[in-house]
Design a protein around this ligand. Structure first.
Ligand code: 13P
Length: 266
């Protein structure tokens, strides 16, 4: 793809995000890595539903402007995008949006950790919430950083969602998957609560993911519980953060407590 074609694709995805109600007004931002020192990104303060290729800015690995048409400046969240590229060399595109259901969970402080349908388990595993940070500051990159080695999507507390992948289309699809998962979880809670998949069913889905050799990070592959031979991810209850980052000792303890609590409820 030429640089111009990538700019056009950013506009197409921006329109899709806007048309699907995943952002309101001028919200959201998108970036694409061209090479180690050149990145394209959406400009700040414009509706992502009405962009043309001239809107798209080019920045370096520090987020400094390399090229921008008059009147356009890179997204105010460029530091967040750059942190993802810095810490995830496999990532070529980052999408930030405020989808209604995913953002509602981020506002309620509820991570997406219930294994309710196979596609979400395979594609995402679970989606933690990165601690609140003031937009445009280093606070959001710092909060997101600890989840980057373990997930391809995170919720941003009281703010929205962030998804990243090896291509723009795949990063956008991750965002769609997060929102669909959040929507299903919300609706099933309205219907009396979801009937989650069992541990054995989740493990089989993780195995399928491994067999397919799907790219990207996934808690099934990296959870310290799994490494310790304990139930991982959905059953460890600590996916709000420590599932990916806590010590194996912590994870083992939490898994043991969870098991005991579940047994006492039988
Ligand atoms: P920008 O328009 O600066 O990219 O910001 C939009 C947004 O959603 C901030 O969180």
């Amino acid at each position: 793809m030429t640089e111009y074609e990538i700019k056009k694709q950013i506009c197409d995805i921006g329109k899709r995000i806007y048309d699907r109600g995943m952002v309101a007004s001028n919200d959201g931002n998108i970036s694409v890595k061209l090479n180690d020192n050149e990145f394209l990104c959406t400009p700040t303060g414009v509706s992502k539903g009405f962009m043309t290729p001239e809107y798209i800015c080019k920045v370096d690995a520090e987020g400094k402007v390399l090229q921008a048409y008059e009147g356009f400046k890179p997204s105010s969240e460029i530091k967040m995008h750059m942190r993802v590229y810095k810490e995830r060399p496999d990532v070529n595109s980052v999408v930030h949006a405020h989808p209604l259901y995913a953002t509602s969970f981020a506002i309620a402080g509820i991570p997406l950790t219930e294994p309710i349908m196979p596609e979400a388990v395979i594609a995402l595993g679970c989606v933690p919430i990165a601690e609140y940070g003031t937009p445009s500051t280093e606070e959001i990159p710092n909060a997101v950083s600890k989840y980057l080695p373990y997930y391809d999507a995170v919720l941003l507390e009281n703010h929205g969602a962030l998804a990243f992948s090896d291509s723009l289309l795949n990063a956008y699809h991750k965002m769609e998957s997060v929102e669909f998962y959040a929507r299903l979880l919300y609706q099933s809670k309205m219907l009396g609560g979801p009937k989650p998949l069992s541990d054995a069913q989740v493990q089989r889905l993780y195995e399928i993911r491994r067999q397919f050799g799907l790219k990207g990070k996934h808690p099934a592959d990296l959870c310290p519980n799994k490494k310790a031979g304990l139930p991982s991810c959905h059953s460890c209850t600590s996916c709000g953060g420590s599932c990916g980052t806590g010590s194996t000792d912590d994870a083992a303890l939490i898994a043991e407590i969870t098991k005991k609590v579940l047994e006492s409820l039988k």
